[in-house]
Design a protein around this ligand. Sequence first.
Ligand SMILES: Nc1ncnc2c1ncn2[C@@H]1O[C@H](COP(=O)(O)OP(=O)(O)O)[C@@H](O)[C@H]1O
Ligand SMILES: [Mg+2]
Length: 241
Amino acid sequence: MPVSKNKPREIFKISHLSKIYRTGEVEVRAMNDVSLDMIEGEMTVLLGPSGSGKSTFLNIVGGLDQASSGTVFFKDMELTSFNERQLTRYRRDHVGFVFQFYNLIPSLTAWENVALVTEVSKNPMKAGDALAMVGLENRMTHFPAQLSGGEQQRVAIARAIAKRPEVLLCDEPTGALDSKTGIIVLDALTKVNEELGTTTAIITHNAGIQKIAHRVISFLDGKLSNCHENKSRIKPAEVVW
Ligand SMILES: Nc1ncnc2c1ncn2[C@@H]1O[C@H](COP(=O)(O)OP(=O)(O)O)[C@@H](O)[C@H]1O
Ligand SMILES: [Mg+2]
């Protein structure tokens, strides 16, 4: 029987996830027994102080790092059983990443930075369409050095979405931006979530951002401290920074 379009579906099912980093004799328990689901098509904000395990969580869910124990399912794929090669394929086929620093190639234009990805993807958007979606239709031939921080971050978002990933994972995407440009970047992420239906997770330690999301997950000392659904959402422009 086909799955009803109206029924929320878990895209990630995460159970008892833990991560211990070992450096020589020293052990750091970065993530401790975290269980939660993420719903397809939703935007989730991940909150928590520095060192609370947010990046560790996102990196495991995105296949950039491996858990010490527990399970992560992406749809019917158990990521926690994957080897490096399988994780690489998972990332390539399903996940877009946006980081605090934009990591654009300085010698390539905005369009070329995005086209680099579309050339190796199965069903990509046109680079120009991805840039237009984040409001950069007039900046395509600019080099990163000719763009503001917020514009560079929007190029990075266009690059991340151009392969039409099912999941977009953003680690402190506004961390290096002032409130005005940060809001424009959040607007771009909200638009992608709404128009492409991309399941989106945004890490921030700015609690003011949380109300733009469908759901909020808070971490403290490597543990889940709160998880709730927003009854009403606000637009990025209404965020009190
Ligand atoms: N590669 C690593 N090696 C050792 N410890 C790490 C590593 N990555 C993160 N940690 C530690 O794990 C804890 C959680 O880190 P992290 O997930 O980066 O937190 P957050 O993103 O919330 O700031 C911190 O104590 C951090 O120092
Ligand atoms: Mg972090």
